[in-house]
Design a protein around this ligand. Structure first.
Ligand SMILES: Cc1cc2nc3c(=O)[nH]c(=O)nc-3n(C[C@H](O)[C@H](O)[C@H](O)COP(=O)(O)O)c2cc1C
Length: 254
């Protein structure tokens, strides 16, 4: 159909064509960025899991991760593994806020509001294929913000290999100890559970006593952040967290 460029019809055709071109461009850019975002997220997970497992991160971290780490999905309630593909792309935060894939904890000591029904854990092996640690995500409320990290336990499922935090919104300059490797190192070798199997890990205000196998020095002026981290560990290694899985894992390893 012929029409003049400066007619009403011509203007409308121009506007519609321009809108279509723009929307294709926006959609295309969003798709490219989505893929880049996924790659960045995957890389971050791999780097933090290796850090938690106390494996030095270098440029080959993806190869090291592929060779030594086995990501798995666990059903928290049953403690069983769940078959799933692309575990590195599993979005635990979406799972935790989606009412179909999460539930409210009965005792929300970590103040997380909802907890996903399934979570990722990471089995870490040495070069000879021997299990060296199990890395598990933890998170809980500090003073101002949700604090997200990973805690790695040795094969006895009690001794802490390392702890790392990758996201928090606590006060800079006051609560920076959260990501300070020196403070994180205080957790190494500490025991999560006492002899009765009760969670016993404590962030101690004023500093843990020498030889305290469950105590980690708190940081004065930021006691609330430290307490939040303690509560997060207590929650995730308790009955509404990894306890059923850990019992099952220990029984299967025997
Ligand atoms: C501006 C401001 C920011 C603060 N940020 C934190 C924080 O991020 N984490 C924390 O535990 N305490 C923070 N505090 C201190 C707490 O309010 C509280 O006094 C402290 O946790 C108690 O620790 P203490 O018993 O070692 O003194 C902040 C205080 C102020 C005034």
């Amino acid at each position: 159909m012929a029409f003049k460029k400066d007619s009403v019809m011509g203007t409308m055709v121009f506007i519609i064509s321009l809108s279509l071109v723009c929307s294709f461009m926006i959609t295309g850019t969003a798709e490219i960025l989505k893929e880049r975002k996924l790659v960045k997220k995957r890389d971050e997970v791999q780097q933090f899991v290796l850090k938690a497992a106390d494996i030095a991160i270098d440029t080959d971290f993806r190869e090291v991760f592929a060779a030594r780490v086995q990501p798995k999905i666990v059903n928290i309630e049953s403690g069983e593994f769940v078959e799933q593909e692309n575990i590195l792309d599993f979005d635990e935060r979406m799972a935790a806020i989606n009412p179909d894939t999460s539930r409210k904890p009965k005792k929300d000591t970590a103040k997380i509001k909802t907890r996903a029904d399934i979570v990722r854990i990471f089995e870490v092996f040495d070069e000879s294929g021997k299990l060296t640690s199990v890395v598990m995500p933890i998170y809980g409320k500090g003073l101002w913000s949700m604090i997200y990290g990973y805690l790695a336990v040795e094969p006895d499922l009690n001794t802490i290999k390392n702890i790392v935090f990758y996201e928090h919104g606590e006060t800079p300059g006051i609560a920076d100890f959260v990501t300070d490797p020196e403070w994180n190192a205080l957790w190494q070798g500490k025991k999560l559970f006492d002899e009765q199997g009760k969670i016993a890990i404590k962030v101690v205000k004023g500093g843990a006593k020498a030889g305290d196998i469950h105590g980690i020095d708190g940081v004065s002026g930021a006691t609330r952040t430290g307490l939040g981290i303690q509560k997060a560990v207590e929650f995730w290694f308790g009955v509404e967290g990894y306890q059923t899985f850990l019992n099952r894992f220990a029984a299967e390893a025997k």
